[in-house]
Design a protein around this ligand. Structure first.
Ligand code: ADP
Ligand code: MG
Length: 223
């Protein structure tokens, strides 16, 4: 479904002779729940951002359903992010002046075209799915940290993606709330959604169908 082949990446601000990713290859199959673990600075976020098309590799390639992301136009990559890929980050990144429901609708906003009734309904269904139906009209400031992250997940789901990429989605939450987010992600995965998640939490990695350990820009061979 999604493959990386010998991906190398360095940042201009860092020593190009010491890449952050030094030849990473992996293949993610539909329906997997992949956790990426490893020390801070080992390249986990960089790998996730390259897999999700937000960053491009310096060498090597990433293919989605057989198509090289680098060979796509920017418009095609944008479309991919609007349809097949979604992201959830450590911070919720909700817009503070929009309600929960309006935040969930933001992936559909383009120009001045109104959002269709079907999409508005879908946004409510996603909020309902996250247990937030009666908080749809609240601003993010009136929600708890876990509720905000659930709005962010609803926003990721509203486009009916095939893969959700999540970079430490529980990293800013307490244990109980983090566990709730994990239950949501594992539940979505059980329904067929492919999940690729970075986490520091061994207990959460243990819930994944597959664990990838990064060290110094490499994937450690599976134990
Ligand atoms: P992780 O998510 O495992 O903590 P990252 O992929 O964020 O690791 O970072 C890997 C290395 O790349 C770190 O040394 C980090 O400081 C560096 N790095 C990350 N992003 C940038 C950037 N935009 N510019 C320069 N260096 C960066
Ligand atoms: Mg990171």
């Amino acid at each position: 479904m999604l493959t990386a082949d010998d991906v190398v990446k360095s940042y201009a601000a860092k020593d190009a002779a010491a890449p952050v990713l030094r030849g990473v290859s992996l293949a993610i199959e539909p329906g997997q729940f992949v956790c990426v673990v490893g020390r801070s600075g080992s390249g986990k976020s960089t790998l996730l951002n390259i897999l999700s098309s937000l960053l491009s590799p310096d060498a090597g390639s990433v293919r989605y359903q057989g198509r090289d992301l680098a060979a796509m136009s920017e418009a095609e990559r944008n479309r991919l992010r609007a349809t097949d890929f979604s992201m959830v980050f450590q911070m919720h990144h909700l817009l503070p002046y929009l309600t929960a429901r309006e935040n969930v609708l933001t992936p559909f906003l383009s120009g001045l075209r109104p959002v269709s009734a079907a999409r508005r309904k879908r946004a409510m269904e996603c909020l309902d799915r996250m247990g937030l139906a009666d908080m749809a009209q609240r601003l993010p400031g009136a929600l708890s940290g876990g509720e905000r992250q659930r709005v962010a997940i609803a926003r990721a789901l509203v486009t009916e993606p095939r893969i959700v990429f999540a970079d430490e989605p529980t990293g800013s939450l307490d244990g109980d709330t983090g566990r709730q987010i994990m239950d949501i992600l594992t539940g979505l995965n059980a329904e067929g959604l492919t999940v690729v998640m970075v986490t520091h939490e061994p207990a959460y990695a243990a819930m994944a169908s597959r664990v990838i350990t990064m060290r110094d820009g490499h994937i450690l061979a599976a134990a």
